[in-house]
Design a binder for this molecule. Structure first.
Ligand SMILES: [Fe+2]
Length: 249
């Protein structure tokens, strides 16, 4: 099973970079469609657009809808949860009485769970008892099936970044780590938001972030004079573990 992960396309008609961001997204979609073997699905780990409106999602979808395989999105701090539900495939277990957008994708050998890490007041990551309880319930449905989580904000420190910590505080992450300690089927955590390539872990579970599709927003240390190209991750599950690689378009 192959999961392609893209993130942080930040489509924004108000940005002077709009033309370039649309070109970056187009390059990524063309690359995804030419992969052999094709991925089983694409996950977008948030910030599809920059401050969500239907007009901006229409623009993003004019490109994203060309992807040949299913596309699933978890919300980023610049997204709008309702417009994600309206415009994209989600999955099972969305709690209709909850303000949060978390769901599971169950039809593959690996189960995927989208988490909602948005804060009501800031652009930082947040988590809480209500979200943790919903995650605990979801994971209890399939305790023996290999599972990955995908979420916008990375729940770990990025020492090489000038923005090393992306959650409001460690206490909010504790809600998540407590659930993970009780659920050994979670094998990997895929994140966005940092606009760079980072590998880390949370309670021993491998975790990573992916470069932003929007090249003008990349935060990697790129050698001077190098042309930056849009990139994404491929995560291949061999039945035991994931092997991940970065694809440069
Ligand atoms: Fe973000």
């Amino acid at each position: 099973m192959i999961i392609a992960q893209i993130s942080d396309s930040h489509i924004d008609p108000q940005s002077a970079q709009l033309k370039h961001r649309l070109e970056d997204l187009r390059r990524v979609v063309d690359s995804l469609n030419h992969l052999d073997p094709a991925p089983d699905m694409v996950i977008h780990t948030g910030d599809v657009v920059h401050n969500g409106s239907q007009e901006k999602y229409d623009l993003a979808l004019s490109i994203l809808s060309d992807i040949h395989v299913p596309l699933h999105v978890c919300p980023g701090n610049r997204d709008d949860r309702h417009l994600i539900v309206k415009n994209f495939l989600t999955g099972k277990n969305i709690a209709v009485d909850s303000p949060f957008l978390q769901y599971s994708i169950d039809q593959y050998p690996v189960r995927l769970v989208a988490l909602d890490t948005l804060s009501a007041t800031t652009n930082m990551g947040d988590y809480c008892q209500q979200r943790a309880d919903a995650l605990r319930e979801m994971l209890a449905q399939e305790p023996n099936k290999p599972t990955v989580l995908f979420m916008h904000h990375p729940p770990f420190e990025i020492v090489e970044s000038i923005y090393p910590f992306q959650f409001e505080n460690w206490e909010t992450i504790d809600y998540l780590t407590q659930v993970l300690k009780e659920n050994t089927q979670v094998m990997q955590i895929f994140c966005g938001h940092t606009h760079r390539n980072v590998k880390s872990q949370l309670v021993g579970i491998p975790a990573s972030t992916v470069p932003s599709v929007a090249v003008d927003l990349r935060l990697d240390d790129v050698p001077k004079g190098t042309t930056v190209k849009p990139a994404y991750h491929l995560h291949q599950f061999d039945g035991i573990q994931f092997n991940s690689q970065t694809v440069v378009c």
